[in-house]
Unconditional design. Structure first.
Length: 597
């Protein structure tokens, strides 16, 4: 019986192909849609493999046909082939939708959200298209699941309303202060709040625009239904994907490009984590936490994940550290994975820039353990390099050199040029500060350390890596400054400064300005010392780094030497140049910082 059934399907497929060829030759086929409909109606489910085989055989015969009809038959078969591919896609969608609908229907009440979220996970091999979600909504409606169906439809509709406005907020900002923040730096929130027609996302965007607590907002949504939650989840999902795709396609520069893609992942993950913290209903809390994991995993799996930092460019004020701080606790609930190790590396780096060295060590040590277990060698090397840098700041120079050497050996074994460049810089940096600690007068010690820094700089330059090159020049300039070679320090740090800007690394910009100020003062160039001291102080304070106090301390010393009146006169003399960097508001804020110091 099975054999006869198989023969019947083969015959059915052959007859359909021949009928389509003859209809085309006779001019009875006026559109591709006719072919598509006949294939859809004439081919039983499960006959795809047989149909493809018969189509290929018929195509081969047609291509060998030397009669006048041969080329016309080939053209007809190619049209059939194209519409068969379209039908295949449709049937695959239907099969997937049918499977997911059955899974959701089989799940109990609150578990249905978990099933839907697995489908939405962008990290799976074939995430659903919007058309698939629309079909899923129809399928769920047919199963009387109006809650999820309505949420999917309204979520897709909300995104459609905003899709054309995805990046228009940037043009309103005139290309200035683009990024994520709530006041000075214009994010998309206020723009989107005016253009979305649905209450829940409108309230969320209003809250973000005002810099208020998303957690408190979610706490107040005690009666939020599952449909509204699904709407919000789908809207956030597509807004994030749309922004990342757009940013990734922009030319690499400070304001637009990969740094904004990184920021997008972090900001949306922060929003989702805040929602998870605020919701009182367990399944909405759990669902929001899953959305956060989706965002962080997508970020951590990128080939260009910033293992050596540099994500500060797109944030203002305390917004970045608030965002990164937030993930410390939620990540404790995530199992040890390669993605978690990379995220912990980023968190450790952020803690170091904020002057929280013990927390930084904890993050980097845990990242090292997880990356080692996951055999993520690049992350292991990065963890060694970061641990070296933190140990220098803690004045544990032997440990710093040890971690730098381990990073260097492993980077060369693995062919990780970026890791090697950072390891060379870190080893030289460690040697400089170790020599400074014992107040050695021997310049040869510094020269040897600077040799490592120079090799790291050359390698970073070969790689075209702004971040590592900026770090190398910055470290060399500090080494010259510490060893009393102020002229070379200024020359080197002035090379570092534009690189830190190109890399979008506000932390390195601030540190470079601070040491430039010290080197300028050592040569008696008070005006330049005040200029760079003010910039270093302001930039580091803007990202919440405790190192802003170094620049502030230098300015207070200069003010003591000159007298307050003369110092104020020098500062006002640098007003135009300061404003070019940090704007009028930034200049006006300098007095507040000096008073706070």
């Amino acid at each position: 019986m099975a054999h006869n059934s198989g023969d019947s399907v083969v015959a059915q497929c052959s007859e359909l192909i021949e009928s389509l060829i003859q209809a085309t030759l006779k001019g009875k086929i006026r559109s591709k849609n006719q072919v598509y409909r006949q294939l859809d109606e004439g081919l039983p489910t499960g006959s795809g493999e047989i149909f493809e085989r018969r189509l290929a055989e018929r195509m081969q015969a047609a291509e060998q046909d030397t009669s006048l009809k041969g080329p016309r038959i080939v053209r007809a078969l190619k049209m059939v082939e194209g519409e068969w591919a379209n039908l295949q896609k449709k049937r695959q969608v239907e099969e997937k939708v049918s499977t997911v609908t059955a899974q959701i229907s089989a799940a109990t009440g609150e578990e249905q959200l978990d099933t839907l979220l697995k489908l939405l996970d962008p990290n799976q091999p074939q995430p659903p298209t919007r058309d698939q979600l629309k079909q899923l909504a129809k399928s769920l409606e047919a199963e009387n699941n109006e809650t999820l169906s309505k949420g999917i439809v309204s979520g897709l509709a909300a995104f459609s309303n905003l899709e054309g406005e995805l990046v228009s907020w940037m043009y309103e900002a005139g290309g200035r202060d683009i990024g994520f923040g709530s006041e000075k730096r214009r994010g998309p929130w206020q723009h989107w709040a005016k253009r979305v027609d649905h209450t829940v996302p409108q309230q969320l965007f209003d809250t973000l625009a005002k810099g208020e607590s998303v957690t408190e907002l979610a706490s107040g949504w005690s009666r939020l239904d599952e449909s509204s939650w699904v709407q919000l989840a789908i809207l956030l999902h597509y807004l994030k994907q749309g922004l990342v795709k757009w940013f990734d396609q922009q030319p690499y520069n400070v304001k637009l490009g990969k740094k904004l893609s990184y920021s997008t992942f972090l900001i949306f993950a922060s929003i989702e984590a805040s929602l998870a913290q605020g919701f009182s209903r367990p399944h909405l809390k759990r669902g929001s936490f899953q959305l956060m994991q989706h965002s962080l995993r997508s970020f951590a799996q990128r080939e260009d994940f910033p293992l050596y930092g540099g994500v500060f460019a797109a944030f203002d004020g305390g917004y970045l550290q608030d965002t990164l701080d937030y993930f410390g606790e939620p990540l404790k609930q995530v199992p040890g994975t390669q993605e978690k190790a990379r995220l912990l590396t980023l968190l450790g780096y952020s803690q170091r820039t904020l002057g929280r060295y013990e927390q930084a060590l904890e993050f980097h040590q845990e990242a090292l353990e997880i990356a080692t277990a996951a055999k993520d060698q690049r992350c292991v090397i990065a963890s060694f390099n970061h641990l070296a840098r933190v140990h220098v700041l803690q004045k544990a120079y032997d440990e710093a050199k040890n971690f730098s050497q381990r990073a260097l050996i492993m980077a060369r074994q693995q062919g990780d040029a970026l890791g090697e460049a950072n390891a060379l810089v870190n080893y030289g940096y460690s040697e400089v500060f170790a020599a400074r600690a014992i107040d050695t007068p021997d310049l040869a010690v510094y020269e040897q350390a600077i040799g490592y820094l120079e090799r790291g700089r050359e390698l970073a330059e070969t790689l075209g890596d702004f971040q590592s090159k900026a770090l190398a020049y910055n470290s060399m300039g500090i080494a010259y400054s510490i060893s009393g070679q102020s002229g070379l320090a200024i020359e080197t740090l002035e090379k570092a400064l534009p690189l830190t800007q190109a890399a979008g690394n506000v932390y390195l910009q601030g540190v470079t300005c601070t040491y430039l100020a010290e080197a300028q003062r050592a040569l008696g160039k008070v005006d330049a010392a005040v200029l760079y001291g003010a910039l270093g102080m302001y930039l580091l304070h803007q990202i919440g780094s405790s190192e802003w106090r170094q620049g502030a301390g230098l300015l207070r010393v200069i003010a003591g030497e000159l007298g307050e009146g003369a110092f104020e006169q020098v500062l006002q003399g640098q007003r135009r140049q300061v404003i070019q960097w940090i704007g009028v508001d930034g200049f006006d804020y300098l007095g507040t910082l000096l008073a706070e110091y």
